[in-house]
Design a protein around this ligand. Structure first.
Ligand code: ATP
Length: 236
């Protein structure tokens, strides 16, 4: 049984139809990347899975159970956690307090000390306020806040956006470790290099529809796809 399966999924913001009969499968312990240009529908796909979209239709199963009519809280409590693009770190709370809020909101959290083992940098910064963190530190904190809630599936919306290369490399390392701990990851990216390095399979979406799917090895050989749908050169 797949962890997540989307079948003929359509999504709407008011009268605006944004996803068109989207199909997608994510298997246990996979890292699957969703690629596409600005406005292709990547964020909307994640919001459709978490239920934070005004209207969605079709079928989304999570470990075999239909969740298309499930509430946002129901989906989150079932184990699907989203790290949104805008990060939403609480600016006036310290790193530790930010983690505590996530911990307190969850019925079966992981110890906060585990997060300091995974992210030693956050341990150093535990008394610093959210507003004083760099973009990379905020991203680490956002991922840690999701992980403290012991997710089964982690959805990451453009995690490398605005991050310096050295932080991107740290993040890649952390996510590789996360997957070893039985977490399944679906992420959106415009950074193709990151996606090719970290992911195993990829989907390309264009104008809210499936355009291509395959392994990252296949994608690496398909510069034509990268040109056509992503306007970037393939990573070395
Ligand atoms: P980006 O990389 O820019 O975040 P994306 O691939 O994640 O792009 P989405 O944000 O999912 O794309 O947007 C898909 C389409 O939905 C776009 O045409 C966008 O204008 C539209 N859209 C997104 N959010 C809303 C909203 N809240 N209300 C109306 N339309 C929206």
């Amino acid at each position: 049984m797949s962890v997540l399966e989307l079948k003929d999924v359509n999504a709407f913001y008011g009268n605006s139809h944004v996803l068109f009969d989207l199909d997608m499968v994510v298997e246990q312990n996979e890292v699957v990347t969703l690629l596409g240009r600005n406005g292709a529908g990547k964020t909307t796909t994640l919001r459709t899975i978490t239920g934070t979209i005004p209207r969605r239709e079709g079928s989304i199963t999570y470990r075999g159970d239909e969740i298309i009519d499930e509430s946002v809280d129901g989906i989150s409590n079932a184990g699907i956690k989203l790290v949104p693009e805008e990060r939403r770190v609480f600016p006036t709370l310290t790193v530790h307090e930010n983690l505590q809020v996530a911990y307190d909101a969850c019925s079966s959290p992981r110890p906060i000390s585990d997060m300091y083992d995974v992210f030693p940098k956050l341990d150093e910064l535990r008394q610093n306020k959210g507003r004083n963190l760099s973009g990379g530190e905020q991203q680490m904190l956002s991922v840690a806040r999701a992980l403290v809630q012991d997710p089964d599936v982690l959805l990451l919306d453009e995690p490398t956006e605005g991050l310096a290369p050295v932080i991107v490399s740290d993040l890649k390392e952390v996510l590789s470790e996360v997957v070893k701990e039985d977490v399944t990851v679906l992420l959106t990216e415009q950074n193709v290099e990151f996606a090719l390095d970290l992911g195993e399979r990829a989907y390309i979406i264009e104008k809210g529809s499936n355009a291509w799917e395959g392994t990252v090895e296949e994608l690496r050989e398909r510069e034509d796809l990268l040109d056509e749908y992503l306007s970037v050169a393939a990573a070395e």
